[in-house]
Design a protein around this ligand. Structure first.
Ligand code: HEM
Length: 511
């Protein structure tokens, strides 16, 4: 009583101040806290695996939490726990992974994926920003994304793809020559493939000649890998989602340093490009890189963010898909021989692999690549944050919650893919493929935010595979299905994907 009488006795100024402070406390603390408690109570009604009250599934993922854990074990146990959480059983296709007291709704299965990704008012969660790609297309808020997506789409038209294909083939020729030194011994082509896929994306995005900036490119590969690892480490610790807690950790220093180094590297690429432009006529279509397309339409920071996004999104994903394609072919010699026969029919000897129409005609190659993307999707999952409540299969998902779409589990649904672990490119022949629902195959996502570079990726994968298979026969060292995987942003093999390459004596079809 005394408090109120004092408050009213001091006049309108104090009253105004009190109202403003109360309003801010309500809007920024009380309301979010109440909403969060509501979310937690709500999701306790959903399916989830046994968990501890306070730590949720954190102990299954991170056994000695909060003490440090080697990142390999952390990444491997994330995917193990996710596979336990979601799965082909319909009762598990919408379930909850508890990261301490924070619920992550996990969705899988083509019907649920279709239902969720068709909804409006979905955005990318804030935790995606932790990988340090700024406001690039992969991360950006819906309003900015809409403008930028329109601006960037022309970079992937059929006409522009013809220029990209020329670059890809140029690179593939020197890639093929390097492989001559790797024959007749077990080898994982990771380093060769990393360099080549980076060469290709840097040429198309920033006009950097394929064989230029060698040392910087090596540094860039390393930085992208560290950035991804650190980003995932931050995402995996719910307390580090709050900047003020994270900034107090010792890890934050290394994290911010890496982001700083990535920015510095982007500036180096920019400077190099500027020098090159002075000596090249920019009215030639082949000199018109990605930056040329958006320059003057977005500010300098926007240019950097979009270029970094394209490089990060379009480099490691292709590298993984190509390594798995070779490993799968090396384990299925019958498939490899059938593919070889198709390839030499269209691209014998050293025929340039730059004809888009002929590439389209390699239908069995298409099936082999698709089956790898199903079995070993480079991106194992992606997430959305709900801006409104939505109903999915009769269950309410609450505004503000994060929903993870688990690509890996969706691709292993036995109702759609019988004998799901088998590498079987015939699933994708025209007759069988017509029975597969479109949201049962989502290596590139689905809906408006589907991968903008999916055609670019498929074509690059095809060109590299053709060059390797027409020159070498492959045999994998380890059997199919024996390599465990770990979940960072991408799904990575834990052990090397070794193959032995033997030069083919002729690349002409002998009847
Ligand atoms: C095998 C290779 C690739 C795979 C598996 C892949 C996968 C994906 C997936 C799953 C998404 C959707 C993420 C989401 O919905 O949250 C995505 C988005 C994206 N990808 Fe790819 N990608 C590949 C290659 C590429 C390439 C080559 C580029 C560029 C040259 C690229 C650029 C992007 C961009 C910019 C986005 C964001 C699109 C948007 O939000 O509008 N990707 N990718």
């Amino acid at each position: 009583m005394a408090f109120y009488s004092e408050l009213f006795s001091v006049g309108p100024l104090k009253l105004l101040l009190f109202s403003i402070v109360s309003y801010f406390i309500y809007v920024h603390l009380l309301k979010p806290a109440l909403h969060y408690i509501y979310i937690v109570i709500h999701y306790h009604g959903f399916h989830y695996q046994p968990k501890s009250f306070l730590l949720g599934h954190l102990r299954q993922i991170w056994p000695n939490f909060p003490f440090s854990i080697d990142r390999k074990s952390l990444a491997a146990s994330i995917i193990k726990q996710l596979c336990k959480t979601v799965g082909p059983d319909p009762s598990r296709s919408l379930s909850v992974l508890w990261i301490s007291l924070f619920p992550l709704v996990c969705a899988s299965g083509h019907e649920i994926v279709e239902e969720i990704l068709h909804k409006k008012n979905l955005r990318k969660p804030r935790i995606n920003n932790f990988v340090g790609l700024g406001d690039g297309l992969l991360i950006s808020e819906p309003a900015l994304w809409k403008v930028r997506r329109k601006l960037i789409e022309p970079f992937f038209t059929t006409r522009k793809m013809r220029d990209h294909v020329k670059n890809m083939y140029q690179e593939v020729k020197s890639f093929g020559k390097q492989l001559d030194e790797e024959v007749d011994k077990p080898v994982d082509l990771i380093n060769h493939i990393q360099t080549s896929t980076l060469n290709v994306i840097l040429k198309s995005s920033a006009g950097i000649p394929l064989d230029d900036l060698k040392e910087d490119k090596e540094k860039l590969v390393e930085l992208i890998a560290i950035g991804e690892r650190y980003g995932v480490q931050r995402m995996g610790n719910p307390f580090w989602h709050f900047d003020w807690i994270f900034n107090m950790s010792t890890f934050s220093k290394a994290y911010y340093k890496t982001i700083e180094n990535m920015k510095e590297m982007a500036h180096t690429i920019f400077r190099k490009r500027k020098q090159l432009l002075q000596s090249l006529p920019s009215n030639q279509p082949e000199n018109q890189d990605f930056l040329f397309l958006i320059e003057g339409k977005v500010d300098d920071q926007g240019l950097l963010d979009e270029m970094n996004t394209l490089i990060a999104a379009g480099h490691e994903t292709i590298e993984l898909a190509l390594r798995w394609t070779l490993f799968n072919l090396g384990n299925h010699l019958d498939v490899q021989e059938k593919l070889y026969k198709e390839i030499v029919q269209f691209f014998p000897d050293d025929t340039p692999i730059d004809d888009m129409d002929k590439l389209k005609e390699c239908v069995y190659l298409d099936q082999c690549v698709k089956e790898t993307l199903r079995l070993n999707p480079p991106v194992w999952g992606f997430a959305r944050q709900l801006e409104d409540d939505i109903m999915v299969k009769g269950q309410r998902l609450i505004k503000g919650s994060i929903v993870g779409i688990v690509v890996e589990a969706t691709h292993h649904d036995p109702k759609v893919y019988p004998n799901t672990k088998k590498y079987d490119p015939d699933r994708w022949n025209p007759e069988n493929a017509s029975k597969i629902p479109k949201t049962a195959f989502i290596p590139f996502g689905y809906g408006p935010r589907m991968c903008i570079g999916y055609r670019y990726a498929i074509i690059e994968l095809k060109i590299f595979t053709i060059q390797i298979i027409r020159k070498f026969s492959l045999r994998s060292i380890r059997p199919h299905g024996s390599i465990p995987q770990k979940a960072e942003i991408t799904l990575k093999p834990v052990e090397p994907l070794e193959i032995i390459m033997k030069p083919r004596t002729t690349t002409k079809l002998v009847n």
